[in-house]
Design a binder for this molecule. Sequence first.
Ligand code: ATP
Ligand code: MG
Length: 384
Amino acid sequence: MEKVIIIRYSEIHLKGKNRGYFERVFIENIEKSLKGIRHELRHRSGRYLVENFPDGECENICGRLKKIFGIHSYSVGLKVKADMEEIYAACEKLSSDSGTFKVETHRADKSFPLNSPQISAEIGGRLLSAYPKLSVDVHNPDFVVNIDLRENATALVFNRFYNGAGGMPVGTSGKGLLLISGGIDSSVAGYMIAKRGMSLECIHFHSYPYTNLQAKEKVIELTKILCGYAGGITLNVVSVTDIQEEIHKKCNGEYMVTLLRRFMMRIAERVAENCGAQCLITGESIAQVASQTIEGITSSNSVIKKLPVMRPLCGFDKDEIIERSKSIGAYPISVRPYEDCCTVFLPKHPVTRPKIETVLAEESKLEVEKLTEQALSTLEVIQL
Ligand code: ATP
Ligand code: MG
């Protein structure tokens, strides 16, 4: 009888011909995440099993598995031979000696002499005779004993299904460049896209010395949170101080955020081209703030030449975003006070529905290409 962690995968099984590829990446991601913990990972007829790990590491392993996209659910259980005596011994081990229970059997191995209801009845009956304080409640039991008979003459016995992160294995959907601020939204946006199998690279814009170094530290920490889900991430840090000063000097202050956003998108697209990212990702959500009206989004989007821009939070309310931010562990970092470069030189009344003609007229007062190049020359690359 061996303690195992049973992993069930989510959408990978849908991927027909590419299945082998998806599974390979999936395994690689699990192995990377379990690095440093002794274990064996085995693929056994539609399940992955983590075996031979030190008992004290079980919780640690589960904590890491929780963050791996592609995992539908997992369970901690016992692996035994598909033999009624061994199965019973495992079930007994996972039972309490009092309370209500039910036995649930899933039989992938149809050659096993008993069918699922017969197995459940037999094991349930034996538990009842062994422990008089136990009783059966099939609707609302205190605990469930699950028996999963696999094709390779193995039975897996466990109590609970824990939800995995779902989604697709990171790395199977290409790579996206996330515009990450220190706010709540962008890290959640990165999480959502990584969940669909994209690996991430990040870019952050700062206005040092108008913004302080803690703002950068905060973004590094948020990126590290994303690393827990998406693997290693390269963080590009670019100064937009000169751009903001120029806008401040030469343009109508009401257009500060609108114009700055256009520079951010331009710079991001160039960095994306250099690093092989196939799309940009932002944390914009329609109508959330003044710069995120459809006119504001149109204005910033129109500088993009080739790449699609993913805005996974577009249809989310703020409280939905906050909930997700909390569940991924980013929230306590995101709410630390800091100055974003967008708040530097912030006008009292930023334009909320910028007309594109006016935006272009304001922008024509600037040396756009030179400022873009200048900003790119400040690029600092941090591997996380
Ligand atoms: P967030 O919480 O992600 O900062 P927000 O609601 O504050 O979002 P804005 O400040 O309008 O919204 O920013 C919209 C999006 O633009 C952000 O989600 C992010 O993708 C990008 N962005 C804003 N500021 C920066 C920055 N300093 N560096 C990189 N990207 C940024
Ligand atoms: Mg922000």
